[in-house]
Design a protein around this ligand. Structure first.
Ligand code: ATP
Length: 231
């Protein structure tokens, strides 16, 4: 199967509010897609449906051919937009936690990523700066051999140097047998990572396509395109 994620006429309503409306979106194996949209456009709702935390109102969604649920949870590696580690932990404890919890966790990969990120196993999680925390979170998430990686605002609040390091880690450690969905408001910074983008506006996909073709067709960067669509 070529698509890891398939969404067909996906709609989600919270009471009267329609958060996702008739979304048709596929993510092919080996692709990194940027899910872009302003506050309240429906990004978190889509992620929660993919994670099996929320159920859609109508339409269909599958991950590697399966409906989101117990089976797909083990295939999805998720980076939340806030820190999720316990205060008492050292970096090595967080590695142990992930290793215990996920069968697909690759300790060797985690070790290499820590080195790349210039993080040491004995550092306490609470003593890490925001950028270092983000690097650790990303190390944990990328060290799993998942089918789908979901990164929610991976570089928010991180300085430009750390940002570049994080982006390099994403590109270099990306597994071609999987797909990756990244949400961000920092379109300009993440542009080089995306192969595809989907623009979400008021719950609807208003633009979706290959970044290279979009750039050539419209003669502008994704960032410029984003500003034009959402101005
Ligand atoms: N539990 C809920 N009950 C009612 N409305 C909700 C609920 N969760 C989200 N919404 C609404 O659904 C819409 C989409 O919200 P969502 O959180 O998916 O947007 P988002 O794109 O992730 O925003 P942000 O960038 O601010 O995180 C918004 O209008 C929001 O107010």
């Amino acid at each position: 199967m070529n698509n890891i994620v398939e969404m067909k006429n996906l709609t989600k309503k919270y009471m009267k509010k329609t958060a996702l409306k008739d979304v048709n979106l596929n993510i092919e194996k080996g692709k990194i897609i940027g899910l872009l949209g302003p506050n309240g456009s429906g990004k978190t709702t889509m992620i929660k449906i993919l994670m099996g935390i929320l159920t859609q109102s109508t339409g269909e969604v599958s991950i590697a051919g399966k409906k989101p649920g117990t089976e797909t949870k083990s295939m999805v590696s998720y980076l939340p937009d806030r820190n999720f580690l316990y205060k008492w932990m050292k970096i090595k404890d967080s590695i142990d936690l992930f290793d215990d919890f996920y069968n697909d966790f690759d300790r060797e990969k985690a070790k290499k990523l820590l080195e790349f990120m210039e993080l040491e196993e004995d550092m306490k999680v609470t003593k890490l700066s925001k950028g270092m925390q983000e690097k650790l979170n990303l190390t944990l998430v990328l060290s799993r051999n998942a089918k789908l990686y979901i990164l929610d605002e991976p570089i928010a609040g991180v300085d430009p140097v750390a940002r570049e390091k994080i982006l390099d880690a994403i590109i270099n450690n990306y597994n071609e047998d999987s797909s990756m969905l990244i949400t961000t408001h920092l379109v300009h910074d993440l542009e080089r990572v995306f192969e595809e983008v989907a623009f979400l506006k008021n719950g609807e996909i208003v633009l979706n396509g290959n970044v290279e073709s979009l750039r050539n067709e419209r003669n502008m960067s994704v960032d410029e395109l984003y500003r034009e669509v959402f101005k």
